[in-house]
Design a protein around this ligand. Sequence first.
Ligand SMILES: [Zn+2]
Length: 149
Amino acid sequence: MDIDDFEGNFSLDNDSIDKVLKDNKIGVYLLGSVDNYGDIFTPEYVGRSDNNIKDRLKQHASFKIQQEEDYYLIEDKEIEELDGSEYGNFDYDACTSFRFIILETIKEAFNVECEMYHELEGSILNTNHPARPKNKNWPCPDSLCNILD
Ligand SMILES: [Zn+2]
């Protein structure tokens, strides 16, 4: 699994999100920036939605607009509400675009999010390991990872 397996690049705004995504889909997304030709994607953040990736991306897009207009700084607490987990700070100025992959099951999405997190770890803004869905005890698919053990 790598960045090329994700569809994109798309601009992180409501019009683009409406064009490329249907409601109520499970998926994993990358937020990031693209070069001037729109070709090369630099990931800054990986996230997943277990029920509606379209809505999740719109939440990100609205926070981005809010930050641009009001210079409003997002606090950790609000990010936690947004993601339902413990994702850390991130800078929406660096996140003008997104890529995504739709998956059939929550477990597939969890595995893909973990794989991408480990592949990009250290170069992206996520500070915490992806969280498992509530009431699931799935291990991280990375055999070298024991964070969820
Ligand atoms: Zn892991």
